[in-house]
Design a protein around this ligand. Structure first.
Ligand code: ADP
Ligand code: MG
Length: 285
């Protein structure tokens, strides 16, 4: 039977928007020594906005139209930024054979032309030459090629959540180590980590790369929590001692797999969940 105190703990947590899917996770939460977090949607708002369009040998409007016509087929927050920026001026372009290349972007035919839209890794993968300077851009970018020719890029920006800084300092004050994992570029990841004071940060990770990192971290004795939102985060959430999902931004698969769901997406709720676990422990034992 579940000790009565656990019901109290679960109830207390749910009042603050933290859903525990079982009393045992309240207990595991108190033993967590490392919190591993995804960046986009977990520590940042996950709402990207187009900042700049650089078109090479093509009209800017045309570049945006083609980019939106292909990004329409992705649910990634980056894709949403591009289609929103283009409004609805791209609907007349014909799209065929669109494929999402996980952790890279998209490939397909737009108006019968071979289009790639994604990160630099995507262009490398398909042997499309691009100017060296593109690799020096600090921001998140969507690079484009048409019929195997580089045609420019779109700069995209996300914002750090209002309570992200407090979320990290709360965890540090509890003696918990913080690690950030992201598929985004290392330069962007480093910038966010520096701003928030995160202990360790790893970027350019493919979905499998996140799993490998967490597997390696888990081989140490300490209990580990992982917090994420995207479809790509579901396997890592399943692997963690405590898997936490952002409930508002989170994909269905992520929320379903999670042991704990933070309903309003506030990262400060991570430390709050640990605190509630500790309070409950006092009641139970
Ligand atoms: P994350 O959620 O941490 O950004 P993802 O694996 O979803 O991780 O994405 C990794 C990277 O792949 C993104 O940062 C982006 O550079 C690129 N990418 C993924 N999907 C798209 C897309 N639809 N359009 C452009 N780039 C994309
Ligand atoms: Mg994410």
């Amino acid at each position: 039977s579940i000790p009565l105190g656990y019901f109290g703990g679960i109830g207390l947590a749910s009042k603050t928007g933290i859903l525990f899917k079982g009393g045992n996770f309240l207990d595991v939460m108190t033993q967590v020594k490392t919190v591993v977090m995804d960046k986009t949607g977990t520590l940042t708002k996950g709402v990207f906005k187009v900042k700049e369009v650089v078109a090479i040998g093509i009209e800017k409007d045309r570049l945006i139209k083609i980019a939106a016509a292909i990004e329409k087929y992705s649910t990634h927050p980056i894709a949403k930024a591009v289609t929103e920026y283009a409004h609805d001026g791209y609907e007349d372009l014909k799209a065929d054979n669109i494929e999402e290349v996980a952790g890279h972007g998209l490939k397909g035919l737009i108006d019968g032309k071979d289009v790639l839209a994604g990160n630099v890794k995507l262009l490398k993968k398909f042997n499309i030459p691009y100017p060296k300077e593109v690799e020096q851009i600090v921001d998140t970018i969507v690079v484009l090629s048409i019929d195997k020719e580089y045609v420019g890029y779109i700069t995209i920006a996300d914002e750090i959540k209002e309570d992200a800084q407090k979320a990290i300092s709360d965890l540090h004050r509890m003696g918990i180590k913080t690690i950030m994992l992201s598929g985004d570029k290392q330069t962007v990841v480093d910038q966010v980590a520096r701003t928030l004071g995160i202990d360790e940060a790893y970027g350019s990770l493919l979905p499998d790369g996140k799993v490998e990192r967490v597997e390696a971290l888990r081989s140490s004795i300490d209990k580990l929590a992982f917090v994420g939102d995207g479809i790509n985060d579901a396997p890592v959430i399943a692997l963690a001692d405590v898997g936490i999902a952002m409930g508002g931004l989170g994909s269905d698969a992520t929320i379903e797999t999670a042991d704990v769901v933070i309903q309003n997406d506030q990262p400060t709720k991570i430390a709050a969940a640990i605190r509630i676990g500790k309070i409950t422990r006092h009641i139970v034992w």
